[in-house]
Design a protein around this ligand. Structure first.
Ligand code: SF4
Ligand code: SF4
Length: 350
């Protein structure tokens, strides 16, 4: 399990276990959930539609055998059912504000009953951005419910009547891979439910989503030109697990993420001009677009200048050498802030 998330989860559990630190524990829980949903959103808003119904680990043991879209649906359907039908005994978020129609889901259940390719077909039918909005709506609604809890509520247990209400909601399939959930939830008290499904369940599925997206990125990257339009090298990038590269549909580069259309300004501009990279552009020296807008990262422009003089292969070779000599993540850590200085360091390492 991701160490940082696991530690935060452990801290939250310990804090909510004592009356004096109960509220602080809830704040840690909200912080963890915020971080995790931020990760989900960044996947949704940078990856192409096809990514959400791929199963890069079909038949594997574990949550990574599913799809990105299924994982989102499953985490938040379970939370919605538990928070509203079991705990609050009110209406689930899915049945308010037209979420069922907006998400285009053919099912109202948790999805546990879906097998093999049914998972991919179901995922393909979903409107992923709407599912992501639904996830946020569920999270906010659960947070509100948790904020209203008192420390003494943590010991609240569930009854046969609660069990029957869950069955009657028809939100858990009678399939044996799903129906067990009802007894599982009803066997816990509220403190147990805060762990599963409100925190640990998220962590496990979102970690699986990371495995799925990393595999998709690696696949997309195969055969793609690793030198980015701006001069960065995707093959040497510390984010290469996360991002498929700007010459693929799996571009999650920082400037792409910040752009409203998900395309980095250097990439968009080069494509519009029919250029292989900014090094082909006569306006490059004075350009302030995308990665060239930051005074302290002239290193990227220095690499584009280097490509203009010596070519992409030579840049890749110099970067290999620099990575052998130094331990660094961002190229400016080695090339510095100045354009001429950065170019000179690259040339010295030819
Ligand atoms: S973050 Fe940018 S440089 Fe890194 S792999 Fe993605 S497109 Fe390439
Ligand atoms: S104007 Fe700037 S971003 Fe566009 S191709 Fe030229 S150097 Fe690249």
């Amino acid at each position: 399990m991701n160490k940082e998330w696991a530690e935060k989860n452990k801290r939250m559990q310990s804090l909510i276990g004592k009356e004096a630190s109960f509220r602080e524990g809830l704040d840690v829980l909200f912080e963890l959930r915020d971080e995790l949903i931020g990760l989900v959103s960044s996947i949704v808003y940078t990856f192409p539609a096809e990514a959400f119904y791929q199963m890069p680990f079909p038949g594997a043991e574990g949550y990574h055998s599913k799809t990105l879209a299924y994982s989102m649906w499953h985490i938040f359907r379970i939370e919605d059912i538990v928070a509203h039908t079991l705990i609050a005994q009110d209406e689930q978020v899915l049945f308010t504000d037209g979420w069922l129609e907006k998400t285009k889901s053919p099912i109202i259940t948790t999805g546990n009953e879906l097998k093999g390719t049914e998972i991919a077909s179901f995922s393909e039918r979903l409107d992923v951005k709407a599912v992501c909005e639904y996830c946020r709506a569920v999270m906010n609604s659960t947070n509100e419910l948790l904020r209203k809890l008192e420390y003494r509520d943590l010991k609240r247990k569930f009854t046969d009547e609660d069990r029957e209400r869950l069955i009657g909601s028809h939100c858990v399939s009678t399939d044996e891979d799903a129906f067990w959930l009802i007894d599982y939830w009803c066997g816990k008290d509220i403190r147990g439910l805060i762990q599963m499904p409100f925190s640990r369940h998220w962590i496990m599925h979102i970690e699986a989503m990371c495995r799925i997206k990393n595999k998709l990125c690696r696949k997309a990257r195969k055969g793609a030109d690793p030198i980015a339009y701006c001069g960065l090298s995707c093959a040497h990038c510390f984010l290469k697990e996360w991002c498929g590269g700007c010459r693929t549909a799996y571009n999650a580069c920082s400037d792409a993420k910040n752009a409203p259309d998900g395309i980095c300004p250097n990439t968009a501009c080069c494509r519009e001009k029919g250029m292989d990279g900014c090094w082909e552009c006569e306006d490059m020296t004075g350009c302030r677009k995308g990665f060239y807008a930051y005074d302290d990262i002239n290193a990227i422009k220095a690499m584009a200048l280097f490509v203009r003089k010596y070519g992409k292969k030579e840049l890749a070779a110099v970067l290999d050498r620099l990575h052998q000599q130094y331990h660094f993540e961002k190229i400016q850590e080695v090339l510095g802030e100045d354009l001429e200085q950065g170019l000179a360091i690259l040339e010295q390492n030819r």
